[in-house]
Design a protein around this ligand. Structure first.
Ligand code: NAD
Length: 332
């Protein structure tokens, strides 16, 4: 029996996470789902986005399925729930696979993973005002660089062994300089890996022009956040993009997308990003066979093209898309 925390969050987070749970329940694996509330709706009720006991309750589970939370611009006392949880649980590796699926009009043969440092950088949350200026502190530590570089190199060893380090070390000489220096030092322990370096602006262009050349991209927090949305856009959009936040011994799995207020409550959010995040959770738990079955079911529904949500050009509801995936799960 796996003890799994479920955090639906806000907006479409609630919708898509319950679809992922339905898919997990339709396997023959045993789960105990423990629901917890974090996010903006909780903040409005109780004045904090993460109630006090949530982190310790999470630590009493094996993994967490997370939906999405709203982080409103201009709410002075509000801190992003997901950014806070990543730090609190020390989930230092954000892993965002980007893969071509059989859908019309999208780029073919992409199979890359963005590995993003998840606990510091420009998302350290250290910002302040001085007279007419506003400042953000970009924290980059040797320790965090080392562990994320190790993570990325270990991952690329299981793949095509090409790793791209993305920085802006020509301009941010100290912070990106340290990230680059440590990544290149770690690279020495992996002689079988082809290592290339790109500045983030060039990487953004290459992703559009020739995404197929990338295998694993290693980068810092903000760059990884932006590049992963861009890469997702090439292969079908945020509705298909899953992610894992991994620390030593714990994982939180969530779609790359946010709470999507423009479609919240309409029943048309694409559940696939959340379902593929649940698939990543099964990989993490060592349930490789069910993980593969879930991905195969998603691929077969996409290939058939009959039950697609509007973001993919279809007219199915969230529930219909999930039902089709559950149906395909048992056909395979
Ligand atoms: P978003 O990812 O919520 O939405 C961007 C666009 O993609 C919207 O047009 C939306 O309708 C579409 N989209 C996203 N997911 C979709 C899905 N599953 N199916 C179909 N269409 C989908 O980004 P945003 O609009 O910039 O942010 C909305 C809120 O979410 C903000 O408050 C932001 O801070 C928050 N956010 C949270 C997370 C998180 O919790 N991890 C991540 C990103 C953004």
């Amino acid at each position: 029996m796996y003890k799994i925390a479920v955090i639906p969050g806000d907006g479409i987070g609630k919708t898509v996470v319950s679809e992922a749970v339905r898919v997990l329940k339709s396997t023959d694996l045993k789960f105990e789902f423990r629901y917890m509330e974090v996010g903006y709706e909780v903040f409005k009720r109780v004045g904090t986005s993460i109630p006090e006991d949530v982190v310790s309750k999470l630590r009493d589970t094996q993994a967490c399925l997370f939906g999405a939370t709203t982080t409103p611009v201009g709410a002075p006392n509000y801190r992003s729930a997901i950014v806070t949880l990543r730090k609190a649980l020390d989930l230092y590796a954000n892993v965002r696979p980007v893969r071509s699926y059989p859908i019309r009009g999208h780029v073919k043969d992409v199979d890359l993973v963005i590995v993003r440092e998840n606990t510091e950088g420009l998302y350290s949350g250290i910002e302040f005002e001085m007279e007419d200026s506003a400042l953000a502190v970009r924290v980059i530590t040797r320790r965090a660089c080392k562990r994320i570089a190790r993570f990325a190199f270990d991952l690329v060893m299981k793949r095509r062994r090409k790793l791209t380090i993305v920085t802006k070390a020509n301009v941010m000489r100290k912070t990106c300089g340290l990230f680059r220096e440590v990544s290149l030092l770690v690279a020495k322990d992996y002689p079988g890996v082809e290592v290339e370096e790109l500045f983030v602006d060039a990487a953004a262009m290459s992703l559009v022009l020739k995404p197929q050349v990338f295998d694993v991209i290693l980068t810092s927090n903000l760059f990884g956040d932006i590049l992963s949305d861009e890469a997702a856009g090439l292969v079908g959009g945020l509705g298909l993009a899953p992610s894992a936040n991994l620390g030593d011994g714990y994982g939180l799995f969530e779609p790359v997308h946010g709470s999507a207020p423009d479609i919240a409550g309409k029943g048309i959010a694409n559940p696939i990003a959340s379902i593929l995040s649940a698939k990543m959770m099964l990989d993490f738990l060592g349930e490789d066979e069910w993980a593969e079955r879930i991905e195969n079911a998603v691929v077969s529904v996409l290939r058939e093209g009959k039950y697609l949500t509007p973001d993919l050009g279809g007219s199915s509801t969230t529930r219909e898309a999930t039902e089709a995936i559950i149906g395909a799960l048992w056909k395979s």
